[in-house]
Write a protein that binds this ligand. Sequence first.
Ligand code: 5AD
Ligand code: SF4
Length: 460
Amino acid sequence: MDFIQFERNEAAAREIEHHYGRAPRLFLHSYGCQQNVNDGEKIRGVLQDIGFVSCSSPEDADLVVFNTCAIREHAEDRVFGNIGALKPIKEQNPGLMIAVCGCMTQQETIVEKFRKSYPYVDIVLGTNAIDEFPQKILEKLGRKKRILTSPVERTDIVEGMPVARGCTFRAWLPIMYGCDNFCSYCIVPYVRGRERSRRSADILAEFKSLIDQGYKDITLLGQNVNSYGKGLDEGLDFSDLLAMLDKVEGDYRIRFMTSHPKDATHKLIDTIAASHHICHHLHLPVQSGSDEVLRRMNRNYTAEKYLDLIRYAKEKIPDLTFSSDIIVGFPDETEEQFEQTLELVRTVRYAQLFTFIYSKRTGTRAAEMPDHVTHKEKTDRMARLLAVQDEITQEIYSAYAGKCVRVLVEGPGREDGVMTGRLDNNMVVEFPCTDASLTGMFELVDVLDAKGAVLKGNLV
Ligand code: 5AD
Ligand code: SF4
């Protein structure tokens, strides 16, 4: 695999200065997962690098960038809706440049749709082409024609891209890109390409620089962090990488996501247990509690194997909290199979659950599977799952009443006079406070009670 060092596009910077005669304004919106949010930070970084400044509405912008998500149909519909809303803005301001990138644009059918039905979209660019953004803008300014790039798979890694981070105390740190798992429902392996791991020295350097800048909460990102290192010849697995980062001195927390259960090991749990900085929280998406559904999802584990790991983790780290993703209504999921999911949820007792109704993604294997489950059945099952989880959430959170917890203060809460903080185990606590200067600091909070998935307490 090739590693490329990012270089500033001097020609684009000069042309932008010449064309606008001032700093042009960028409105950027990222949809979807943390990977995409981090991609958005890089897009902002490379565009700032050639002279753009940020603005907060498309009406004020010279360039609008939508960094899109393709995980479910609903996500794509939202993007199309939001792009449609740009049409009148572009009519008012014909100089406005509109660019669409991210996972949606890695699908040829979608690029075709932009070509035919969205003539006011100027640039279409894939997920893997962030470093090419300045060049595309330069070309667009020069030749006026639309630049619609067909999806290309990228097999290299670009290091050293500027990152305009959205937060001063929480940061995303990708350790790998792409996914090789081909879960039968999932579009990600098609739009993000094959798994590629960053070199550990590059990760460590970025990690240290984040700590030096005062970041307190760093989340390592990958579609399946547990297969980190494949193809690198460094002889390091994900647990080794975690142990290496954990040695860096400082008062900070390490998180990571996402772990695929098929590759999560006892070694990983032992590494968390032995560490100083790794949070006691494991996001381990199970998707379903039925072995038959798991087989058809191509997940490569059984419910029993999953529960074995959970049991081991609970034994080793008693205060570990778990979270998970679950898909309801996978093609032809039976009532019995759904009940096995409910059973598993009751056994694990997740602190938090992310639940999704199955969404058909063209090109995936599940899209070819017959599906006789009605939409009504799917939404009913979803409601039943949420009801089971709500009860568990309430019990887990209520058990924190009376405890004193250490939190990283994240900023103002939903109500006036209230701020929020995050526990090591990812739970969130709200407490009365108006001192914004505490944001990004570790503080102690006495927990009084819980309301849904939020603890309530007072600063010590
Ligand atoms: N339909 C519904 N949910 C999906 N996910 C991925 N693909 C689909 C789909 N086609 C969910 C999975 C995954 C999470 C990020 O999104 O639960 O873990
Ligand atoms: Fe999709 Fe499965 Fe890869 Fe996750 S591991 S991104 S669910 S294919």
